[in-house]
Each structure stands twice: as C-alpha cells, then as structure tokens.
Ligand binder design. Structure first.
Ligand code: NAP
Length: 235
C-alpha cells in the first residue's frame, strides 16, 4: 500500500509546526513547506521525537516554480492525501497606513499561495480519486474588525475560493475543509506590536486537535467548516 503523504505549508513555526508534529505522530509522511530551512529543521527534530517521518522542501508559496517543485517531489513519496494550506501573514493598521507592499504580501501569501498549492494538489488528487484540502482561514474571513482591512480582504477571498472549489471537487471525491479560528496563542503574536493577553487566546493544542478531528473521517463524511472562538467571544 502506498504511504499517505500530508503537505503542510507554513510548517516552520506556530500552527503549521504543531499540525505537522501531530500528523507525523499519526503515521503521515509530513512534507514540511515554508521558506526558513533552519526553522523547518526545528520542526523535523520534534517530529523525530515522536518517531514520525518528514521531508523538508523549502518553499515560498507565492512562487509558482517553488510550488510545482514541492508537489513534484512530494508525489514521489506516496499518495498525497492531504494539503494543509496554513502559511499566512498579517499586517494590522489603519487602512491609510497600510503600505502597498504589506497589502500585496497578505494577498500573495494568504490567497494566491493557497490557490497555487491547491491547483497542484487537485491535479494529483483527481487522478487518485481522493484527497482532502484544508484551509487555515480565520474568524477575520467571516467578520471584520477595524485595522484588519487587508487581512480580512485576503481571508474573505480565501473563503470564496475554498467554497467555490468545494463545489467543483465534490464529484471527484476531494474534500474541502475551512477552519475559522479566533486568536490563537502562537508565534504569530511574537511578530505583532500589540499586547493582547495571550492567556485569553485559543490554546494551540486545542486548535490542532480540532484540525486533526476534522480530517479524520475517511468515508463519505466531510466536515466542511469549523468556527472556533474562545468562550468569551470574538477576539
Ligand atoms: N495565530 C492566530 O491568532 C491565528 C488566528 C486565526 C487564523 N490564523 C491563521 O493560521 C495560519 C497559521 O498562523 P500561525 O499562528 O501559525 O502564524 P505564524 O506562527 O506567524 O506562522 C506563519 C507561517 O507561515 C509561513 N509563511 C509566511 N510566508 C510564507 C511564504 N511566502 N511561503 C511559505 N510559507 C510562508 C511562515 O514560514 P516561513 O517564514 O519559514 O516562510 C510560518 O511558518 C495563518 O494562515 C493565519 O492567518 C492564525
């Protein structure tokens, strides 16, 4: 039997790193895809501790060439059962303060990167007659907050993209899941110039459990959407 392969973008830290370790512990060959090779090696060291399998392919998801190489190498490892579109960036500011470069980066990584990866995955998954594509969206892809215009634009776009391809892919037995979490206590917040209380955010391990559960139904059942927020409400 061919081994099952999971490709995780943004696997070098935060949620992508934690998901990769979980999937490796569940016998997926994990393909770790993001730009920072050193940080990807940190992820792989943790995967080794759970006796998991991994393959590092440094990838910028905004580069079509990089993404094509990623899928061509990954498809040699086994059956690509799962793509986790997790790589993401955010700049939060008043709209007139957002630089064009920052705006473009959010659209390029969060939306175009997911498009490029999904496109390559779909070509392979259609031939396999099975596959699962998961999108790390955000509550910002369903409701808006001041200062989040660029981030919400990218994540609302991602919702539109995921919802549309779900319809296109139903007849090919390819599942599409979108996860919409509120703030998660991850490395994301180390890069933000804000002092939001981390203790009030969603716990990283809980989010990983929800993601794992949402891809665990192997038959006809598919979890299409998950809204995740802390009990205190939107944050
Ligand atoms: N943290 C939250 O509060 C929160 C809440 C809701 C949704 N989310 C979503 O969850 C996802 C993961 O967030 P996180 O909290 O884990 O953030 P994080 O800790 O900042 O990690 C972001 C990841 O994205 C990767 N990345 C950035 N640009 C990339 C590119 N051009 N190509 C490939 N990889 C790239 C980074 O890797 P390299 O730098 O190595 O490329 C890194 O591994 C994102 O989509 C985010 O929008 C996060």
């Amino acid at each position: 039997m061919k081994k099952k392969v999971a490709i995780i973008t943004g696997a070098s830290e935060g949620l992508g790193k934690a998901i990769s370790i979980k999937l490796a512990s569940k016998k997926y060959i994990t393909v770790l895809a993001s730009r920072d090779k050193k940080k990807l090696q940190n992820t792989s060291s943790d995967i080794s501790k759970v006796n998991g399998e991994y393959f590092i392919i440094p990838t910028d998801v905004t580069s079509e060439k990089n993404v094509k190489t990623l899928f061509s190498k990954a498809s040699k490892l086994g059956k690509i059962e799962l793509l986790i579109n997790n790589a993401g960036v955010g700049t939060f500011n008043k709209v007139e303060e957002i630089k064009l470069k920052e705006w473009k980066k959010m659209i390029d990584v969060n939306l175009t990167g997911s498009f490029l990866c999904s496109k390559e995955a779909i070509i392979i998954m259609k031939k396999q007659k099975y596959g699962h594509i998961l999108f790390l969206n955000s509550l910002s892809g369903k409701r808006v907050l001041p200062w989040g215009s660029g981030y919400s634009a990218s994540k609302y776009g991602l919702k539109g993209f995921a919802d549309t391809i779900r319809l296109e892919l139903r007849k090919f037995n390819i599942k599409v899941t979108s996860i919409y979490p509120g703030s998660i206590d991850s490395t994301w917040w180390d890069k933000m110039n804000v002092d939001f209380p981390r203790s009030k955010m969603l716990n990283l391990d809980d989010v990983v459990d929800v993601i794992y559960n949402s891809i665990s139904y192997k038959g006809r059942t598919v979890i299409e959407e998950v809204d995740l927020r802390q009990v205190g409400g939107d944050f």
